[in-house]
Design a protein around this ligand. Structure first.
Ligand SMILES: Cc1cc2nc3c(=O)[nH]c(=O)nc-3n(C[C@H](O)[C@H](O)[C@H](O)COP(=O)(O)O)c2cc1C
Length: 390
């Protein structure tokens, strides 16, 4: 096959953030974006048996999506995992909806909220032509609200499931870079596009419809040099994690320098990125009640949760967590930060994250339905009063 255009032949598609009327720009106007980390996998982020409603089913997650949208949240997000039978433990047992499909299925039942699916672009393998077509289709169905969290797969078992040994960490980002550069060309190209690269090739490929606002929203999650470089070149939003683990008071001191590093990398590539972090919020009317709730969750936790290293992972972003987290923090699990307290404390800590340079938070809860409703009732008005939300 002839080698034709290099992957940059048609130039970069404009970013959706450069269209003032795009749904992404609407979200960017909030001082602190609010996202919900949907529990499309069994057990959410905590391996506890303490009674709760949290459920991976589509109906449960669709109800959460509608509630978050009614509360004015800016984005919904689902993770993607490919775990062997049994998952992490009896609670986080691996049962999970596919992120790409489940999040896409929320498009026709929601109206304004951004929808971010996670896709392992190196598994399969996905072909860039498929991905560009599917992405453009979802972009149109959702009215420019759909985006993708591009992941390369940090667990060895997942790569093995697809028939090879885990690809080296930095090499994965090189391959993802090739993949996404070609996909962007397909979204941008107004002529047929041919390409022969290291891993993918195509002749006279053409994609319609073209995405409404240049391209779908691009997201990635990283803490490594290679991943930050990838984010700087491609992403609109970067999920950062705390370099010092999930304890709030230490994280908040380490985050400003870390966020500044991510933003500088984007500036060096003549771009800008917004940063999001994913706290687990445990909120009750008083600090003491929230601590008691957290204690009860931890007391009923399995020892081998998400973060206990059952599966070999080479993720850099969570190294701080392995080094710094206490048994209690591991038992509580959840996102890359934990916020436990009264509505006032939760709102204050969210404001401190914004002061530290965070542009948005993607929340997870232990018992999603009641905890999200309580957040909407008790914390959201405080965020509005503090000028963090319109
Ligand atoms: C908020 C957040 C969500 C993530 N979602 C997924 C996911 O759905 N699937 C996955 O395989 N990895 C997921 N990751 C892991 C990242 O893809 C990546 O492996 C990790 O951040 C380490 O990247 P690094 O080694 O470049 O630091 C997520 C990470 C974060 C912080």
């Amino acid at each position: 096959m002839d080698t034709s255009l290099p992957a940059t032949g048609f130039g970069e598609p404009p970013a959706p953030g450069s269209f003032p009327e795009s749904p992404l720009c609407r979200a960017f106007r909030q001082k602190l974006m609010l996202g919900l980390f949907l529990p499309i996998q069994a057990g959410g982020w905590t391996a506890s048996r303490l009674k709760r409603t949290t459920d991976w089913s589509f109906d449960y997650n669709a109800a959460l999506a509608l509630k978050a949208e009614a509360l004015g949240f800016d984005l919904l997000f689902g993770l993607a995992q490919w775990l062997p039978k049994g998952g992490y433990n009896e609670v986080q047992n691996g049962e999970a909806l596919d992120s790409f499909m489940a999040i896409a299925a929320l498009a026709p039942i929601t109206t304004g909220i951004l929808l971010i699916s996670t896709v392992h672009v190196l598994y399969g393998p996905w072909h860039p032509v498929h991905f560009a077509k599917f992405g453009a289709t979802l972009d149109h169905i959702s009215g420019g609200r759909w985006g993708v969290n591009v992941v390369t797969g940090h667990r060895a078992v997942e790569h093995e499931m697809f028939g090879w040994s885990r690809i080296d960490h930095d090499r994965r980002y090189e391959l993802a870079d090739e993949f996404l550069s070609v996909v962007k060309q397909l979204w941008q190209a107004d002529e047929n596009f041919s390409y022969v690269g290291e891993r993918w090739r195509m002749r006279d490929a053409f994609i319609t419809p073209k995405p409404r606002y240049g391209r779908p929203i691009l997201v990635n999650a990283t803490g490594s040099e290679a991943g930050i470089g990838f984010a700087a070149r491609h992403s609109d939003i970067v999920f950062v994690s705390s370099p010092t683990g999930t304890a709030f008071e230490t994280a908040i001191t380490a985050l400003p320098a870390h966020i500044a590093r991510v933003k500088r990398a984007a500036e060096a590539a003549d771009r800008s990125v917004r940063t999001l972090i994913n706290p687990m919020v445990i909120c009750r009317p008083t600090d003491a009640e929230a601590e008691d709730y957290a204690d009860a969750i931890v007391a009923a936790s399995e020892p081998t949760g998400f973060t206990a290293g059952k599966f070999d992972s080479d993720a850099h972003a969570w190294r701080g967590r392995r080094e710094h987290d206490s048994a209690r923090e591991r038992g509580l699990g959840g996102g890359n930060l934990q916020i436990v307290g009264s509505p006032e404390r939760v709102a204050e800590n969210l404001a401190r994250l914004q002061d530290a340079g965070i542009d948005g938070v993607q929340l997870s809860f232990y018992d999603f339905q009641p905890d999200l409703a309580y957040f909407g009732e008790a914390v959201l008005p405080l965020l509005v009063a503090a000028g963090l939300r319109e």
